[in-house]
Design a protein around this ligand. Structure first.
Ligand code: ADP
Length: 262
């Protein structure tokens, strides 16, 4: 029998990926998928070979954000080819495999954990500079399984909004990453102030700076803040990643700056 032991296969796949970055958040709706998609696109535009893996089993939104809805990965005997977005960026998402993206995914923990592992080892990622993983929110089975599958060299980027409630969730995420044995690459504060489409200034409607204070308190790097900008929501809805279509705007620059320490 020439079947390889499963972990051997996983290690081989991971061995060809230089940097593994898991984008996490304490809760949903803070812009985690938006940040993951834009980080992946920004790195690919900077000439890096990038894979983007969407393991958000309850709301896979990467296909929509990158205008890849309705695409299906090419299937081999026991491998899948990721869907190309560009020469440098390939994408895999559960959304590609669901017949209807409104279909509710009700799977028990072990099935979800198996799926995450399969998405890493059975996908022909090839040689990558970066694998960016859009992880479900919170500190449950899926983020745990994602970090465990990718191993201790995977680093977390935690996305938060500046409000206090979100910050409390982030504290939990940071300690979760440490407990699993991984490191935090840094914290992103999204929806930090409102970028006025008329005057271009950023108005702080809610508190801002909560993410930066928390990063200092927790001893992790602050990767930057992205304002709430109606153009970001629009570009997400239309499937054009913001860092590509508006890279020269102040918000686009803020997004691009997040990849500097990567
Ligand atoms: P999550 O992955 O955390 O659930 P999403 O990335 O899906 O969050 O974002 C939730 C909603 O907020 C989407 O409609 C998205 O377009 C919007 N959004 C995210 N970041 C911003 C931003 N900086 N400015 C405006 N809208 C944003």
């Amino acid at each position: 029998c020439d079947q390889q032991p499963v972990d051997d296969k996983l290690n081989k796949t991971l061995g060809r990926i230089k940097h593994k970055i898991v984008v996490m958040s304490g809760k949903g709706g803070v812009g985690k998928s938006t940040v993951a998609a834009n980080i992946a696109v920004a790195l690919s535009l900077a000439g890096k070979k990038v894979g983007l893996l969407d393991v958000d089993v309850h709301g896979p939104s990467i296909p929509r954000l990158l205008s890849l809805k309705g695409q299906t990965p090419h299937m081999g005997v026991d491998v899948m080819e990721p869907v190309p977005w560009s020469k440098n960026l390939s994408v895999m998402s559960l959304g590609f495999l669901l017949e209807d993206d409104r279909q509710a995914v009700i799977w028990r923990g072990p099935v979800k954990m198996g799926l995450i592992k399969q998405f890493v080892e059975d996908v022909m990622w090839g040689d990558l500079d970066y694998l960016i993983v859009d992880c479900p929110p919170g500190t449950g089975d899926e983020p745990l399984s994602t970090l465990q599958t990718l191993g201790p060299t995977a680093m977390a980027v935690v996305v938060t909004t500046p409000q206090g409630v979100a910050i409390d969730d982030v504290r939990r995420s940071l300690s979760f990453v440490g407990e699993v044995g991984n490191r935090v690459l840094g914290l992103v504060e999204n929806m930090s102030g409102f970028a006025c489409p008329d005057c271009g200034a950023v108005h702080n409607i809610f508190n801002s700076g909560g993410g930066e204070d928390l990063a200092k308190e927790a001893g992790v790097r602050f990767l930057g803040r992205i304002p709430m900008d109606p153009a970001v929501a629009r570009s997400g809805d239309e499937g054009f990643p913001f860092v590509k279509v508006s890279e020269d705007s102040a918000t686009g620059q803020a997004m691009k700056a997040i990849i500097d320490p990567m």
